[in-house]
Design a binder for this molecule. Sequence first.
Ligand SMILES: [Cu+2]
Length: 450
Amino acid sequence: MITRRQALLSTAAAMVTWPSWKKVMAAVTRPASGPAPTGTTPYIPVVTPNGVTLPWEMDGDVKVFRLTAEPVKREFAPGMVVNCWGYNGQCPGPTIEAVEGDRVRLFVTNKLPEATTVHWHGILLPNGMDGVGGVTQPHIEPGETYVYEFTLKQHGTLMYHPHSDEMTQMAMGMQGFFIVHPKNPDRRIDQDFCIFLQEWSIEPGSATPNPMVMTDFNIFTFNSRAWPGTAPLIIRTGQRVRIRLANLSMDSHPIHFHGHHAWQTGTDAGPIPQSAWWPATTINVPPGTTRDFEFVAEHPGDWPIHCHKNHHAMNAMGHDFPNLIGVDQSGVADTMRRHVEGYMPMGSDGMGEMGSMHMPLPPNTLPMMTGEGPFGPINMGGMFTIMKIRDQLTGYDDPGWYKHPEGTTARRISTGAAAPMVYICPMHPQVVSDKPGKCPICGMKLAPRK
Ligand SMILES: [Cu+2]
């Protein structure tokens, strides 16, 4: 077995048409995100943030992969573990990688409590290998193993998922990437990420997704992780980056990225001809599709990438609030506290203060918005992470927060004209300050009042 680093170095030797390749690889190597594939890899391996790549073995000229469908416990973020279904202990399942022209053999063992199949989404194959329970094969009963075998006639960002009790099995997390690299790549990609876009209905205080829900989802994830549990994407300035997005959820997810303009370059039917690429800062990914986009990481910094449906970049708690924006609750708090211990009036000035509060939560639930950055609370959740683009990298470990060159950040200025403000704790009205800050009793952000 060779290590991923050795695989990358052998890749480097095979791809000398890109002159900067060896230099980049000498300085930057990617940490293993799982067991390294065996055999040679004539491509730059895809990175599955918070996930792994499926190892394979060779049987003659055939690449042999093994998937076990099974229940999986998955931590979405610290403080929340979910009872998912997936493959090989992973949710989403491990990423399958192969090359156009490969013959692949895939063993599928069912350790779920019900029957399943695997459909190879977007792959051109013989009808009997399509994995549709009842249509092209019997359902794979618990305890059974089936084998699929076909030759990959295409390349692109493809998927695998069940075609048996789909509503339940996909809502429980059964899905994975099937990446097919081109035999003759026409351009070099330095960093290749793949991210599944997912939504879940998980009652606060519980741990099992409810597959009956059609519209009212409350947890949104990248590769089954919610901010602040999502891994940052660590990128070196100047690298050409491809991000592959896949969606088997019930809604579309418009994924927005900051600081760069990208080209939309592929779908689950393969590459888009270059003449038809379009520029974008948001790539909408409808249900049942994949989308690839590429950009050159020209601008160092900490650039968010997130779903632009605003509730999809939030977590569960707090969505059942009455709308109190603009409502003066100052008299209500004292009255309420006589009846409800610890009552907090919230939301008169918007919800941003929730990002800095530490409310007691039901067990196994994530706060609606959370995370702490170098400038304060981040007020995000769900489908959100940060592309950390840096001039200097010695590896792909998290380099910490961006150090802004002097004079390049927005700053507060004094206007001199504003009426004097006081800052009052919404929870403890006796705490009054002439400066913004936090309540020394409960830690909440003080609210400005004229
Ligand atoms: Cu979304």
